[in-house]
Design a binder for this molecule. Sequence first.
Ligand SMILES: Nc1ncnc2c1ncn2[C@@H]1O[C@H](COP(=O)(O)OP(=O)(O)OP(=O)(O)O)[C@@H](O)[C@H]1O
Length: 299
Amino acid sequence: MTGMTTSPTTTPAPDGTHPVLHATGVTMRFGGLTAVRSVDLAVHPREIVGLIGPNGAGKTTFFNCLTGLYTPTEGTVTYRDTVLPPKPHLVTQAGIARTFQNIRLFANMTVLENVLVGRHTRTKEGLFSALLRGPGFKKAERESTRRAMELLDFTGLADKADHLSRNLPYGEQRKLEIARALASDPGLLLLDEPTAGMNPQETRATEALVRAIRDQGIAVLVIEHDMRFIFNLCDRVAVLVQGEKLTEGTSDAVQADERVIAAYLGTPFEGAPGQEELAEVEAAEAQADARADLTEDTP
Ligand SMILES: Nc1ncnc2c1ncn2[C@@H]1O[C@H](COP(=O)(O)OP(=O)(O)OP(=O)(O)O)[C@@H](O)[C@H]1O
């Protein structure tokens, strides 16, 4: 692949498989602000990995470093043992697809056309062939349409193929973003807040969709603020706080980690009520309730 070099640096997982994605020492500075500081992260084949952290922790910036939108100040990103150049189209060509926090569909194109746009990195037919609309182009176009319809079927949007994307309800627009990302036949899918603005049913459906994507052999890295979604879905969760990776582990381990809870809630300030004071307050409230009950019962 143009501009890419093979790197022997990736460490195999315990089962011998090499990571699909391996970020090493990724740092991103904006002037004096270090948004991401020396973050290491690996995603293995068929894994769903969650990336969580409070607002402004650096999650999206890290995604942008993985997908070539930003050139990291330091560090490297490899995809299947190949160092990725910081160029979005080369990253997509290599096999990483993504969705965005803010939906980025072509509003005046149909649902099918949006997916076909996502397919262009996999279409070999060049400009001349497209202009002349020769037999090679027509064959490629048929194949692209077939694959796009397959993806719309997979994401539950096939019956809306010829609707304008701007007319889809919000939850379906998010699904369409995923269908479009899948059109580039990725080996790794990055999802940035895929359930933002969704109702609980849509969120559960997205959970099932992400599992189905993984079952097709695609690894997934997902940023999400909905903790229930993350902890239900992910094999592993990494926590970013102020640009640094605080910890990484199974959903159970991360949920139980007091440092993670503190990072979300803020560390208790000095003089905050401790357990003893809390127990005293609860006892006093219980006594007050009992007195109130007694007064009510008295004729
Ligand atoms: N292009 C940029 N230029 C300057 N600072 C930036 C830029 N992009 C992000 N930042 C800063 O980097 C820090 C991390 O932001 P980022 O959007 O990556 O966080 P996040 O974890 O994705 O937050 P959220 O959960 O709110 O989306 C923030 O302080 C943000 O203001």
